[in-house]
Design a protein around this ligand. Structure first.
Ligand SMILES: NC(=O)C[C@H](N)C(=O)O
Length: 334
């Protein structure tokens, strides 16, 4: 029977390497992701029973490079449903690491609760020597059951490091120490069962956002177009032709745009496509009216959001408005 004092934590599983399996104990890359079901993940860490009343639910079973808007909506709705009851104190979401930061930021904008929501993954499959999944899962449950995590927005926990969904990104293809918010930093650490926070998000999240996905069945199409030397307008035109309602331009440097791409941006804007200027650099603010006259063109800058997170916010923004000024306001707020 559940112990009254322990927090009730729901584990929602989506797949990823944390549920992956290799062919040998030394295989740490090239294994198969998303094979172990959620109950087996939980049973594999019997220590969980000492810190929480845990139960699992399988939302999807995919490698996270295959994440979709549909799964995001299903996941967000389920998180909101569960957190609205008194039976659930916090949620842990097991997820592949490739798009974990995108799912985390999406939930950060649409979860309507102050209760902890923690995304966790692994870089090594459970079959590997020194697998990181079991300890990451344990620490994620510690965090989701902690008072310290309440009201901090959606959190990411791998490698004993706590990060904010907004700022964290995957920085190494295969190392355990991959989730970082370069320059802005971690929110805190976990040692044993002790959660220590040193900072908190300053941007609006969860209960303070204007986004509501509960009645949505789909999200507007937003594509990302990359900036590089010798660029042409071909990729941006292709996104418009495919029906994108918004395009994030992953610009060079401070969001600069190649001279050959600018006419394609103007044509897209005339068709009502919303253009957000982000940067491929990975750190720093994209300056409004800096490398590009945003006031003249009615383009939007991504602030410090990387292209894949700017895409998440732009999709949600487009569920409310197509007004570039309103959308710019959202990019300053979230
Ligand atoms: N480490 C991982 O989880 C990588 C895997 N490709 C995924 O994102 O599902």
């Amino acid at each position: 029977a559940p112990t009254a004092k322990l927090p009730n934590i729901k584990i929602l599983a989506t797949g990823g390497t944390i549920a992956g399996a290799g062919v040998s104990s030394t295989q740490t890359v090239g294994y198969k992701a998303a094979v172990t079901p959620v109950d087996a993940l939980i049973n594999n860490v019997p220590e969980l029973k000492k810190i929480a009343n845990v139960s699992g639910e399988q939302i999807s079973q995919i490698a996270s490079e295959n994440m979709t808007n549909e799964i995001w909506l299903k996941l967000a709705k389920r998180v909101n449903e569960l957190l609205s009851t008194d039976d659930v104190d916090g949620i842990v979401i097991t997820h592949g690491t490739d798009t974990l930061e995108e799912t985390a930021y999406f939930l950060n904008l649409v979860v309507k609760s102050r209760k902890p929501v923690v995304l966790v993954g692994a870089m090594r499959p459970a079959t590997s020597m020194s697998a990181d999944g079991p300890m990451n899962l344990y620490r994620a449950v510690v965090l989701a059951g902690s008072k310290e995590a309440i009201g901090k927005g959606v959190l990411v926990m791998l490698n004993d490091q706590i990060s904010s969904a907004r700022d964290v990104t995957k920085t190494n293809t295969s190392n355990l120490d991959t989730f970082r918010a370069p320059e802005l930093g971690f929110l805190g650490y976990i040692q044993n069962e002790t959660v220590s926070f040193y900072r908190q998000p300053t941007r609006k999240h969860t209960v303070d956002t204007e986004f509501d996905v509960m009645n949505l069945t789909e999200l507007p199409r937003v594509d990302i177009v990359y900036g590089y030397a010798n660029n042409t307008r071909v990729m941006l035109d292709a996104a418009v032709a495919a029906g994108a309602k918004g395009i994030v331009h992953a610009g060079t440097g401070n969001g600069s745009i190649n001279v050959n791409v600018k006419p394609a941006i103007e044509d897209a804007l005339k068709k009502g496509v919303v253009i957000v200027r982000s940067s491929r650099v990975g750190n720093g603010i994209v300056t409004r009216n800096g490398e590009f006259d945003d006031d003249k063109y009615n383009t939007v800058v991504s602030d410090t959001l990387n292209p894949q997170k700017a895409r998440v916010l732009l999709m949600l923004a487009l569920t409310k408005t197509t007004d570039p000024q309103e959308i710019q306001r959202m990019f300053w707020e979230y």
